[in-house]
Design a protein around this ligand. Structure first.
Ligand SMILES: Cc1cc2nc3c(=O)[nH]c(=O)nc-3n(C[C@H](O)[C@H](O)[C@H](O)COP(=O)(O)OP(=O)(O)OC[C@H]3O[C@@H](n4cnc5c(N)ncnc54)[C@H](O)[C@@H]3O)c2cc1C
Length: 467
């Protein structure tokens, strides 16, 4: 068979691969081949639990050229008063529309669903078993973020054959009501499982929550689009810079961030060790605080018929208790690689926890700049955070990248106009209100000190034995 030719071979039609392809389509005349194991675009959203929603507003998600959702304000539920969060079904439908209505009709994109990329330009159809070759000038790895969802992973603990354990996907379809629910995992997926149970009127006394680490949580009310939020968003950013500039030590930094409202936690008496961009409203955190039986004994080692063995002890269980697997490492902290490396592009985050924005921006840089060193200089990776101290690393990475981008007028103009960038346009406007002017003055006053102080605090964290 003749190889299929294209300028770009994009491996992965998840959110990042799609966001990259969209910007290349809009800003160049390049051709693309997209391959993915899934039968539909959207990546992990195809495997997500039925009650999943975006954690951050739809306004900042998807591909740059097409809006997701209608910017409505939720009227009911624990996100009431804030901008809408697309459901998993909406996200998958949206990416299907991008593929069918934008990418494929261009005549410049070929899409091979249910195909496994084997490396070296070779692709195998998971439907027919046949292999074929793609000859492309550049291969784009849109799989590197390695997203894992519980329905696709086996629990990393032993399970007795008669123990009842399900991924959270199965919660809405259990064929009988259990005596108790044990939620295993305290990342955003575990929080979503608990919130779903509470929203369905489960008495919190019947829930046990296994929490190996407590998490710092981003307050969603501070991450909102819309002109009406511009004052608050800019003030929030300025206050975080001020905290970073003035914190005497790491404990003081988190005290300040919590006091100014950037970070929330579930238990005021426990110092969180985890920060992975979990995002909730205050109303959701208040709901989670209703669960009193929180087990802090490390990770689960095994679930047996009558007991759960954890790293730090054991607790009783029963055969009539459902154990809800929420312990997949959704977004692992992966070692950063150069984004541009010869004929290979590896999509990674260049602003923390902003995957689709990052993929679109990388595509823009790819088609707009020639020199590889310059491209990599602009696209410094800000790896996905894991531990609490990673808050400092990501804040510093964001600030340094923003400073680099602001020195390039063309890039700054692109960012200010980009739908997926909910941030740069806040800092390039006329600053009409007093609140905005005050925030900009504060950023100017504290920006450099924040960089220096964060570098000092990161060195302190690196020297400490853990976290
Ligand atoms: C529950 C949940 C909610 C989230 N909410 C938000 C949010 O509100 N806002 C936000 O910005 N981010 C959110 N995220 C982060 C989210 O992970 C990213 O935004 C984004 O969806 C990640 O997309 P991706 O393309 O990197 O990965 P994936 O979705 O995993 O896509 C990678 C694709 O590559 C394919 N693939 C892998 N290997 C191969 C191979 N060898 N051959 C062929 N195909 C291959 C896979 O089949 C997959 O389809 C959320 C994540 C989760 C888990």
């Amino acid at each position: 068979m003749e190889p299929t030719h294209a300028d770009y071979l994009i491996v992965g039609a998840g959110a990042m691969g799609m966001a990259f392809a969209d910007t290349v389509l809009q800003e160049s005349d390049a051709t693309m081949v997209i391959v993915d194991r899934h039968a539909r675009p959207g990546g992990h959203w195809n495997d997500a639990y039925p009650f999943v929603r975006l954690h951050q507003p739809s306004a900042f998600y998807g591909v740059n050229s097409r809006a997701l959702g209608a910017d409505t304000i939720d009227q009911v539920g624990w996100n009431a008063g804030l901008y809408e969060l697309a459901s998993g079904t909406e996200v998958v439908t949206y990416f299907e529309q991008v593929m069918q209505q934008d990418l494929l009709p261009s005549g410049r994109v070929q899409y091979f669903p249910r195909c496994d990329y084997l490396g070296g330009g070779r692709v195998r159809s998971l439907v027919t078993g046949e292999t074929f070759e793609v000859a492309a000038s550049t291969t784009v790895d849109a799989t590197y973020m390695d997203v894992r969802v519980p329905s696709q992973t086996t629990p990393a603990f032993d399970l007795a054959s008669d123990a009842w354990c399900v991924p959270l996907n199965d919660l809405p379809t259990l064929d009988r009501a259990p005596e108790r629910w044990v939620v295993v995992g305290a990342g955003k997926t575990g929080m979503d499982a608990c919130l779903w149970l509470l929203a369905n009127n489960v008495d919190p006394a019947r829930i046990t929550w296994i929490m190996p680490r407590d998490s710092w949580i981003l307050d969603r009310s501070k991450i909102q689009p819309g002109a009406e939020h511009a004052d608050g968003s800019l003030a929030n950013f300025a206050a975080q810079i001020e905290c970073s500039a003035k914190a005497s030590d790491i404990a003081d930094l988190f005290e300040r961030l919590e006091a100014m409202g950037a970070l929330l936690r579930i238990d005021a008496n426990v110092q969180p060790e985890m920060y992975r961009c979990a995002t909730c409203t205050k109303a959701e955190v208040e709901q989670l605080q209703r669960i009193e039986h929180v087990v802090r004994m490390g990770r689960v080692r095994s679930i047996e018929a009558d007991r759960i063995v954890l790293e730090g002890g054991e607790i009783p269980t029963t055969l009539n208790t459902v154990h809800v697997h929420c312990a997949a490492d959704g977004l692992a902290r992966r070692d950063p690689k150069p984004v541009f490396d010869g004929d290979r592009i590896t999509l990674q985050t260049v602003r923390h926890c902003q995957q689709v924005f990052s993929a679109a921006l990388i595509a823009h840089v790819e088609v707009s700049y020639q020199d590889q060193a310059r491209k990599n200089e602009l696209m410094q990776v800000v790896p996905h955070p894991n531990s609490a101290s990673d808050w400092m690393r990501t804040a510093l990475g964001n600030m340094l990248n923003s400073a680099r981008w602001r020195e390039d007028p063309e890039l700054l103009a692109w960012l200010a106009a980009a739908r997926l960038d909910g941030f740069t346009n806040l800092r390039t406007g006329e600053f009409e209100t007093d609140a905005q002017k005050r925030a900009m003055e504060s950023i100017a006053e504290n920006g450099l000190a924040a960089v220096v102080n964060l570098q000092r605090l990161i060195a302190e964290a690196d020297a400490a034995p853990a976290n």
